[in-house]
Design a protein. Structure first.
Length: 301
């Protein structure tokens, strides 16, 4: 009897280095949220975020493995290489964030008052959360674009930086809504507009790449992305100057943290976080622009 199922299965999806990394991601992710749900416990927004990260990454990883093993991804209206590269980078950022937050807020040295068993479960969950981050970072390393290699846009340094830029923008938005008092001045409102505009356009670029719809555009996608990145550098440069002036100059704000400001509910803290990550994103956009220019130059040789 002839086998009808064998030729339709892609064993490389689970035996290649990338496939093994994904199997480890699935294993470590399931172990992490199982330990937390069974005995480690979680609470408040920080714990809920960590559980969301682990379950979300686990679900998408299982989906990717199943699609590649059965070749089902060929039936999807996605640019599969862009999708997997974008998700790997996003999962790397999300998993390292959860791997830092969970032990920071839930792990303690002593057993009181949670008990030694709960403490041990939380320590074990933190260890597996760290291993989960390593496996996602390994996939990014394995699938990134090599010099001279023709690959998906999201696997290039420029594509990966787009994911990081959007992630950093989400951190900025989180600080903005945490009583940052950004509506106090028109200048700080301009900064919010900069963050919002750049975030939306970056997400649109990623969405077009992942869905494989760039060929349907009536303008050259690659050149437009470079022009946008240059504009984003200028916009973030303006925010990098304006935000610190209107938040930390003594004429408009406070150069030092107010002594009576409650921890976790202090506008000055949120303003500082926004200022730091504004400079981080400015640097990311500058690196993105430099790399994009290099790619365009090489492509014309």
């Amino acid at each position: 009897m002839e086998s009808t199922g064998g030729p339709y299965l892609n064993t490389a999806a689970v035996t290649s280095p990338v496939g093994i990394a994904r199997l480890l991601q699935m294993t470590f992710g399931c172990t992490t949220f199982s330990l937390v749900a069974h005995q480690g416990g979680f609470s408040a927004a920080y714990g809920t975020f960590c559980m969301f990260v682990w379950t979300f990454c686990f679900a998408i990883t299982v989906f990717i493995i199943a699609c590649e093993f059965t070749h089902l991804h060929s039936c999807l209206s996605l640019s599969w290489g862009n999708f997997t590269a974008a998700f790997a980078m996003l999962a790397t950022l999300m998993s390292i964030t959860a791997a830092v937050i969970y032990p920071l807020y839930f792990v303690q040295v002593g057993c009181y008052p949670i008990g030694c068993e709960v403490r041990d479960f939380r320590i074990a969950a933190s260890v597996f959360a760290g291993l989960l981050f390593v496996t996602y970072a390994s996939e990014v390393f394995l699938t990134r674009a090599k010099p001279g290699q023709v690959t998906s846009y999201m696997a290039t340094i420029s594509g990966l930086l787009k994911i990081v830029q959007a992630f950093v923008a989400c951190i900025i938005f989180g600080a903005l809504v945490n009583d940052s008092q950004y509506g106090k001045y028109v200048a700080t409102q301009w900064c919010v507009a900069v963050y919002s505009f750049c975030f939306v356009v970056t997400v649109v670029v990623v969405a077009f790449s992942v869905t494989g719809k760039t060929a349907l555009l009536w303008f050259p996608f690659e050149r437009s992305v470079v022009i946008y990145t240059f504009g984003a550098v200028l916009l973030y440069a303006s925010a990098a100057v304006i935000w610190p002036v209107f938040c930390f100059d003594s004429k408009y704000g406070s150069p030092r943290r107010p002594g009576l400001c409650a921890k976790g509910k202090c506008p000055w803290d949120s303003q500082l976080v926004i200022a730091i990550f504004t400079y981080v994103n400015l640097l990311l956009y500058v690196l993105d622009l430099a790399y994009s220019q290099r790619i365009r130059f090489v492509s014309h040789l």
